[in-house]
Structure formats: structure tokens, C-alpha cells
Write a protein that binds this ligand. Sequence first.
Ligand SMILES: [Zn+2]
Length: 327
Amino acid sequence: MEKTTFKKFLQVLDKMEMMEADENRFYESFQRLASDMNIQCTDKECMEGFRFLLNSHNLISYGNTFDLSQPFYVYARSHSNSELEAYSLFEALLQDKRILNTIDLHKDLPFHLLDPLMHYLLRNSILLSHSKIDEKYLNICQWILEDVKKGYNCSYALKTLYTHELYHSVKLIFKNEDKPVISFPRYHQMKKIYSQRGIPQDRECSKELQAFFKDCLFNEFRHRCVLCNIDLPHMLIASHIKPFRDCGYLVEAMDSQNGLLLCRNHDYLFDQGYIAFNDKGQLLISEEIDPARYSLSKDFMLEDTYLSETRKMYLHYHRTHYFKKKD
Ligand SMILES: [Zn+2]
């Protein structure tokens, strides 16, 4: 399958709200949507793409649905032969644990482990010189590798590059340039990629990044409210931990580590500071509400996998600025 066809295939896949787990039904609904979007993809190409994504761990299956990985979400939106395309492809490559655990950036890539389509896509990116990653891309590839090893479903390198891609050439009015920013371990490096401080005055201008934020959270929290497991999509909110209005840098506003997936009820309680989480992930409930009425228990703990170092920093911010304590 050609690279441009593969990107179109990803765009259709990304638009499918709930993917069918059954393969035959999947192809049927895929073709229906593809024809609505005026995209041509033969059944053979569709099958090749679907199998490739599953085998490379870029289609995440849970229950009876699938989600596209974040790196391929970005790849589908990147320009041909751009750095964003190359780095998102590299991050997609690392979704396969066999590669993640054995890759050596200074040696040839393990082509024998790769699906022919991944092999072809890498050859058709600007990342490679011969069989190795080109020296000039090594620093950012190293950063991506470290972030994926930490368990982030999208590296900070890719988040910053995507932000840059969307906004570096757009003239916008920014606010919050002086507001403090969460101390990202690589903030200095992020600023080199995307230097603009603050967030757009008009929130509408960041809607692509908000869509990305939401997609990351639905994926990470497996389409359920983290507190009550409600799973009706229209009842779920991609909730900011440090509120959007307080963010001092656009990457904070689109960073899924600065988010929790909550149902409408729990989103409101969290947003208004009736609930918060401590550093161990334990639920804190304000004395202003009766926990039983809101199906809340102070024994509730966020799973460890959700407690990354940066998410803990955002939770600390929320707790100190918004949690309603009795004076
Ligand atoms: Zn809930």
C-alpha cells in the first residue's frame, strides 16, 4: 500500500467512533465511512492496514472496540516528508515491546522484526540514512524512546512537535504568558521546539489540540470514568486537572497527563474542587458534600499506571489551588 493511501486509511479509522471488533463488520463499516469521506481504499488495502496496525500494537483493543495509537493519530495528520511524520513513525515503531526493549539508536534498525509495511514507511521517511537513524535526528529519537519507556501513550517530544506544527505559522493573540508552567523535566528542550508562551486568547483556536487531548484520554482510560466506570461516550468529559484557563504554555493545555477521563457528575465535582487526589492517588472528598450521595469513597485509589510524575504535579496544583478545605 502506498504511503498516501495508508494515511487516508488512518484518517478513516480515526473517524470511526466505535470500531467493530468483528473483522467482517469492521470492513463493512470502514468502507461505508470511507465512501462518505470520498476516500478510495480497496478491501485488500484495508485488510493489510488493519492487520499491520494490530501486529505492530498500534491498534489497541479493549473489550469489543479498538483505538488507534497516538503516534499514528499524529502521523495521519503530518505533512509528507516532514520531521513530524518521521518522529511519529519512529514512536509508532516503539509500540512493539520487542523493538522497544532491544533497539539501539546507534546501530542498524532491526528490520527482520518489522512488518513489510513498517519497513516501507521507514524507508519513505526522512529519518533514515542507510539502515540507521540519521545523526541529526538522534537527540529527539532518544527523548521519544525514554518517554515511551516511561509508559506515556504519547511522548512529550511528539506533543511539542505537533503543537509547533499546528501553531508556528498561525498569527494568534496569546494570553497567560506570565503564568507559571508545570516544571516539565524537558521544558528547556520543549521551548526550543515551540517557544511561544501562553495559550490562545480564543479557546476555539486550540480545537485540534483539544481533540488530541480528548483522544489521548479516551484511549488511556479505556473510555470509562475513572471513578465510577460509566462508559457512555456522551457522558464522558476529558477533564483538565490544571484548568485550561490557568495554563501558561500550550503543551500544558493539550497534555493528557494534565487530564482525567470523568463522567459529567464527577467532572463537575473535580472542577469545582469538591474532590481531589493526593500524591498516592487517594481520593480526597471535601467536607462540604456527602460522599454517599455521589457514589464516592475515600478508599478509592487511582491506579498506579495513571500516576506519572507529571500527572502528580498537575494533581498537586489542583489540590493546592482548588480543593475546598474547611478553614
Ligand atoms: Zn463518574
